[in-house]
Design a protein around this ligand. Structure first.
Ligand code: FAD
Length: 168
């Protein structure tokens, strides 16, 4: 951001939005257009349950997607809080990997075996700019971002069609 001359205001709580400015606890700055993305919190209904909660209000899980302190109870996806690297995304791909581990563990338990399947922390994302796509990848070993490439836009569209067709 700095290299592109974009000023950042990090770690300061937003006090309010005015029509032409953003006011934070650490000062204010003018804005022509304000786009606000609220932070994620866990589902509100967890409050009324005995499920263990993380600091952010998500269902606390161990490394095999088992709800902490609950027998044969698993959580996957955005609603869970999982041990792992701090870059671990709340992403559909990550939810899929967690679901594979959880299903394998449920199957193991039903067959009387110990549940031992872990999920791989992995971020794969194609940022689609409509005329190109930017691949962002990260796992425990590698981290890279490719420049915008036309075929990646097409690839993302094909992947989406294939992925959604299962549900349609
Ligand atoms: C704008 C946006 C763009 C994104 N882009 C990408 C992307 O390009 N690639 C990617 O991998 N990920 C992307 N994600 C993240 C991805 O959508 C989530 O990580 C993924 O959907 C999580 O899946 P989930 O099944 O855990 O939760 P969800 O998909 O949120 O599913 C939870 C479901 O539970 C339902 N539900 C909630 N409460 C109740 C209740 N009390 N009773 C019954 N049903 C209930 C909800 O309606 C919802 O259908 C994006 C997210 C957003 C918001």
């Amino acid at each position: 951001m700095k290299a592109r001359g974009i000023e950042t205001h990090l770690g300061r709580k937003i006090v309010r939005f005015d029509a032409d400015r953003v006011v934070t606890e650490g000062g204010e700055f003018a804005a022509d257009l304000i786009l606000f993305t609220p932070g994620l919190t866990g589902p509100a209904w967890i409050e009324a349950t005995a499920l263990p909660k993380s600091a952010g209000g998500f269902i606390a899980s161990d490394e095999i997607c088992r709800v902490i302190g609950f027998e044969r109870t698993y959580v996957v996806g955005d609603g869970g809080s999982f041990p792992g690297p701090d870059w671990m995304p709340k992403q559909a791909h990550q939810a899929d990997l967690q679901a594979l581990a959880a299903v394998a563990n449920v199957a193991a338990e039903l067959e009387g075996r110990a549940p031992t399947h872990r999920f791989k922390p992995e971020l794969i994302c194609i940022v689609d700019t409509l005329d190109a796509g930017i691949l962002v990848f990260r796992d425990q070993q590698r981290s890279f971002t490719l420049p915008p490439l036309g075929p990646l836009h097409t690839l993302k569209a094909m992947f989406e069609q294939r992925y959604i067709s299962v549900y349609r």
